[in-house]
Design a protein around this ligand. Structure first.
Ligand code: SOE
Length: 386
């Protein structure tokens, strides 16, 4: 077998997404032996030396840096992967592109259209491969949904209906972690969750042209964070601070192809954990996907004999479904982490082959335009054109 091309990774950030991405880099060439690249965990970067050193050892990186400028300056790094909060993406991505590195960045690309645009300009000017991590595109059931729509199985699409529901901030004593700070995260459930639904809608239905939305914050003050933990929360202090992001984001949309959509996202839906669900209704049938049952796709075929009509549940693990043949025998399900492995499989394969990948920074910008239009619509109480 020909030697695989090493892709030497410099990862900036080591919390939740750092764990997900480094796991994907470690696994991808093992599960997909046909790929022509081999990720090398060259360096991990973070500001706190003790913590970044420990994380580098735990995730299997060869070295660490405490300054991303030093990381980007290294000539033994091919790809900069950014998994830090939204307000830090712009400078890192632009400098990485200017240094000629491939760039992968977590979603949302940044906190406004004005911030994202120079990132897109920089990757274009340097002509470097780039991708944004909308990982739910890489769920086998979502790929199957896209294939069905492309093949005309659902006919003309009339409706998109999505909810993305979590409840991890429902306790008013949940501290003001960075995801609840507007200057760091940009927004709340809006950029964190509904961004995923927008990207999936773009991927499956097509461009959104017009929106009307409302963003709301129910809990306006929370305890400041005393110490963050390894998950999404942390220890609360006794001092209070302002919540500067939305708790809930809801909007109506029109698509270029004539379909209409409703979108809802919240982190205050008691009992819902990662309920990332969409339903698409077309002239010939419907499909339903829910991330909490991610190995399944529900399908209703209006052409079935009337006596037998009803939703069927397709188990998307049969080997014939996208990605699944590289994991386990039929019925042996995959999970959240596999969405990142699948993403790295496709994105790095495109990068080394010199092919255009998706979702790329332009896809990230298109999502940001919708996010911003919804937020403007909420402020102005009026429809906004994209
Ligand atoms: C937390 O709300 C979170 O981890 C998001 O930040 C992710 O983007 C989403 O995939 C799951 O929930």
């Amino acid at each position: 077998m020909a030697a695989k091309r090493p892709v030497r990774i410099g990862l900036v950030g080591y919390q939740f997404m750092g764990k997900a991405h480094s796991n994907a880099y470690r696994q991808v060439a093992k599960f997909f032996p046909e790929v022509e690249f081999e990720p090398v965990l060259t360096a991990l970067c973070g500001r706190n030396e003790d913590k970044v050193k420990a994380a580098a050892e735990r995730f299997g990186f060869d070295s660490y840096e405490t300054d991303y400028n030093a990381l980007i300056a290294r000539d033994d790094i091919d790809l900069i992967d950014i998994v830090t909060p939204g307000n830090s993406h712009v400078d890192i991505a632009i400098k990485a592109a200017q240094a000629g590195k491939m760039v992968i960045c977590e979603k949302p690309l940044a906190n406004s259209v004005a911030a994202v645009q120079p990132m897109v300009d920089a990757v274009k000017a340097s002509n470097v491969p780039n991708a944004v991590c909308f990982n739910y595109r890489f769920v086998p059931a979502v790929r199957l949904a896209r294939q069905m729509i492309e093949d005309g199985v659902l006919g003309k699409i009339y409706h998109w209906r999505s909810v993305y529901l979590q409840d991890w901030i429902i306790d008013p004593n949940m501290p003001l972690v960075w995801r609840l700070q507007g200057d760091v995260a940009g927004s709340g459930s809006h950029g964190d969750l509904i961004a995923h639904s927008i990207d999936l809608a773009h991927y499956l239905v097509g461009p959104i042209t017009e929106v009307s939305g409302m963003l709301d914050t129910f809990i306006k003050q929370r305890p400041l964070l005393a110490e963050s933990d390894d998950r999404l929360g942390g220890r609360a202090s006794t001092e209070m601070g302002e919540v500067t992001v939305d708790d809930s984001s809801i909007f109506l949309a029109r698509f270029q192809n004539g379909a209409v959509g409703t979108f809802e996202a919240t982190r205050m839906a008691a009992g819902r954990k990662n309920h990332n669900k969409f339903e698409i209704n077309g002239s010939k049938g419907s499909i339903v996907f829910n991330m909490e049952r991610m190995n399944e796709l529900e399908y209703y075929n209006h052409d079935d004999p009337e006596t037998l009509r009803g939703f069927r549940t397709v188990q998307t693990t049969a080997g014939v479904h996208p990605y699944t043949g590289n994991y386990w025998p039929t019925g042996h399900i995959i999970g959240y982490e596999h969405t990142f492995i699948n993403l790295m499989r496709d994105v790095l394969a495109d990068f080394v082959a010199g092919r255009q990948t998706h979702p790329d920074f332009v896809d990230g910008l298109n999502c940001q335009r919708v996010l911003e239009a919804v937020s403007n619509s909420s402020d102005n109480r009026a429809w906004q054109t994209i």
